[in-house]
Design a protein around this ligand. Structure first.
Ligand SMILES: O=C(O)CCC(=O)C(=O)O
Ligand SMILES: [Fe+2]
Length: 205
């Protein structure tokens, strides 16, 4: 067997589900307008490893209106999503959510979403994208890495898919996947021109 084949033996291709036009145009615009008004409540994002260079963005933890709408819609599509991901059905413990804003120079380095004991029950990650049109930023693609098994651990492979953030689109994938957000270029540096998400995690019991 060739060496390259041998190295690929363990490759686990990542699967994700993308749903375009997830909300109506009116809902999408309402969420955008309400989030732009909440600029003052956005905080600097953090991560569990507490390295300020690992993740640059701003996060809003209190956005009751938008989160309820998204959670209800997620529950409706989840059976289809899990079937497309070939992921087993699980009882939902809760749907966690946050709003994020990536502006000029913001990014999120490669990570998974359930690697620490306190978040181990996050099963599926979802990311809903929204932004002002015409779009005032470039970059900010989501990179979804394939996986491999190393000493019984699921880790990051070299191969990946790059997913452009598209307004009013939602992406789902298993929270154990390694992923990152490439740097955003937003010349105006205006908050309202940011790459926004409502994103979070569907927890199992
Ligand atoms: O904004 C994105 O595309 C992904 C964000 C993310 O990975 C996270 O918040 O854990
Ligand atoms: Fe993540």
């Amino acid at each position: 067997m060739m060496l390259s084949d041998k190295n690929n033996q363990n490759l686990i291709k990542s699967k994700c589900v993308k749903i375009d036009k997830f909300l109506t145009e009116v809902e999408n615009q309402k969420i955008l307008a309400s989030v732009i008004k909440l600029e003052a409540y956005f905080e600097k994002s953090t991560t569990s490893i507490n390295d300020s260079d690992f993740r640059k963005s701003r996060v809003l933890h209190l956005a009751p209106i938008s989160k309820a709408r998204i959670s209800n819609r997620i529950k409706l599509v989840l059976p289809q999503v899990l079937s497309k991901l070939s992921h087993q059905i699980f009882p939902i413990a809760k749907i966690e959510g946050q709003v994020t804003a990536h502006n000029h120079g913001h990014y999120y380095q490669a990570h998974n979403d359930n690697g620490m004991p306190e978040v181990a029950k996050r099963e599926i990650t979802y990311i809903y994208y929204f932004y002002q049109q015409p779009k005032k930023f470039s970059g900010g693609e989501l990179v979804l890495y394939d996986g491999k098994i190393d000493n019984n651990y699921y880790t990051q492979a070299n191969s990946f898919k790059k997913i452009a953030p598209i307004n009013n689109t939602i992406i789902f994938f298993p929270s154990r996947y390694w992923h990152e957000v490439l740097p955003v270029n937003c010349p105006s540096k205006t908050f309202a021109d940011s790459r926004f998400t409502i994103n979070g995690w569907i927890w199992r019991n």
